[in-house]
Design a protein. Sequence first.
Length: 263
Amino acid sequence: MSRLKTSPAVDVQVRSRGQVPQGAATYAREKVLATLEHVSGPVLAARVKLTQAVHCSAARPATAQAVVDVSGRPVRAHVAASTVFEAVDLLQERLTVRLARARRYGPRGRSGTLPEAWWESAGHEHRPHRQHLPAEERRIERYKSFSQTRQTPEDAVIDLEAMDYDFWVFTDLTSGYDSVVYRDVRTGRHRLASLGPVSQEHEAEGLLSVSTVPVPVSTVPEAVQRLNLTGLPFVFFADTATGRGSVLYHRYDGHYGLITPAR
């Protein structure tokens, strides 16, 4: 007599910040577990963060974020809503889509062409908006580094979508130059910028446009000034101190984050 083997239940860790209503953590855990039932690969970890903003005058004061590790590859979703329970529902929808895409394109480092569906922006309207702080109050609150592992722009886009980010900074596999892929806010499509020459074959395929604007060379303080003047969500620049590509970006709390190459 044979017995069906079932995978052990995933321990979904839920953290709360602010006055999150009672029962929301249990609700979030159940929703994420229901989503993970459809994941074929082993889920190594799952974390959820629920936040209720102190200032309830905000249009969408509740946010929900999940990071799921599937076979060593993280998949992330981040949404905002008027209530925590609504945010959890939106989180489940967005996480389901990202897990499906990650499963479709396999592990990191597996190159391939990008279908047109990758630039569809459905659900982006539910992503959180950053808080506004006066420029004189902003500080670099977080320092991160990007991997030394090289990858193609197509793989970078897959990582960007899996992590639900606005941009993804990486070192190009072919050219060896630090580069960034991001969503063009005007078209919703993905765009590529690099410190060095970029092959026009990406542009020719029509799925990944190439920026022709020279990447600025500046110090970190100059990048801060540029970010404030342009109002852009991030600035990709060549750091005069290292000669390498770096990204200064707006965090959701209104401060800055800085991403530099791993040493």
